[in-house]
Design a binder for this molecule. Structure first.
Ligand code: HH2
Length: 277
């Protein structure tokens, strides 16, 4: 199977810790009672081996309503201020949030709309030297799980990501700084998510590093029921991440950083066939 070259920017595996500063995220909504608590959680993730932490202020769980830009800024900016000097990504699809996050040192903009929501976002990233994650979503969070439809989920997602990659590059974003994400759970049934994971090498074949965000998602809870039927367990999340690694994924957006770092270190050593990198 074709393997992506590890780059200095994103060695394989690169673990990205999730810091949702939202009251309503699907698995960790309202987890942080204060800005300091969120920043401390981020610091712990970095100490546990996350390469960067992804700070987001707008939930994209199925059924979620959008928040206005001022509210998103109120949630995200104080946390980014406390994390200045740390390696941070910002989970936003808005140019103004990205602009302020980049000014505070964020190095990656993680846009779940793949530059389809805010026409000014590409320009903010283009001039900045920051990186960009383009994610596939069918529909919008409020309604995306109602009746997802594809001819072939993997080819459809691959075609979409290829088109968005061309769009981003045409808008001035450096291709070397773009990663692609199939968007597990974003307008996909559980079986469609599993088909995407099974054939992830077809997304990897697009030639850019692939990010996967399957940590705690409900597809995993369908396979291994946990205490909450909408939330997969951390052990199930690690299993999915290792499966994704074996199919060529590079970046892993996760909640339980330590467990993923350890499991993926072993998966990488097995792929190399030796202990030392
Ligand atoms: N998933 C979520 C949010 N952002 N970004 C990328 N690139 N890939 C993903 O799969 C992805 C993402 C949703 O998960 P979470 O952040 O845990 O919940 P919420 O959107 O409710 O805050």
């Amino acid at each position: 199977m074709r393997r992506p070259a590890a780059t200095e920017r994103w060695p394989r595996p690169t673990v990205v810790g999730i810091v949702n500063v939202t009251p309503d995220s699907f698995s960790d909504g309202g987890a942080y009672p204060s800005v300091t608590a969120a920043a401390e959680a981020a610091e712990r993730m970095l100490a546990d081996g996350a390469a960067l932490v992804d700070v987001g202020g707008e939930s994209t769980r199925p059924g979620a309503d959008p928040v206005d830009v001022d509210e998103e800024l109120r949630r995200v900016v104080p946390v980014l201020e406390q994390l200045e000097g740390r390696r941070v990504s910002v989970d936003t699809s808005r140019a103004e949030v990205a602009r302020q996050a980049l000014a505070l040192g964020a190095e990656l903009v993680n846009d779940v709309t793949a530059l389809r929501r805010d026409p000014e976002l590409a320009g903010v990233i283009a001039g900045s030297g920051a990186s960009l994650c383009l994610m596939h979503m069918q529909g919008e969070p409020r309604t995306m799980q109602v009746a997802p439809r594809y001819d072939d989920v993997v080819s459809d997602v691959a075609a979409f990501l290829e088109e968005r990659l061309v769009h981003a590059v045409a808008a001035g974003v450096d291709e070397d700084r773009i990663c692609l994400d199939p968007g597990f759970g974003f307008g996909k049934t559980a079986d469609q998510n599993l088909e995407l994971l099974r054939r992830l090498d077809e997304i990897v074949a697009l030639g850019r590093p692939v990010m996967v965000g399957i940590s705690r998602k409900s597809t995993l809870a369908r396979i291994v029921p946990g205490p909450d039927e909408r939330v997969g367990t951390d052990a199930a999340s690690v299993g999915a991440a290792v499966a994704a690694f074996e199919r060529g994924a590079t970046l892993f957006r996760v909640h339980d950083v330590r467990a993923h770092v350890e499991a993926l270190a072993v998966a990488a050593a097995v792929e190399r066939g030796r202990v030392a990198p």
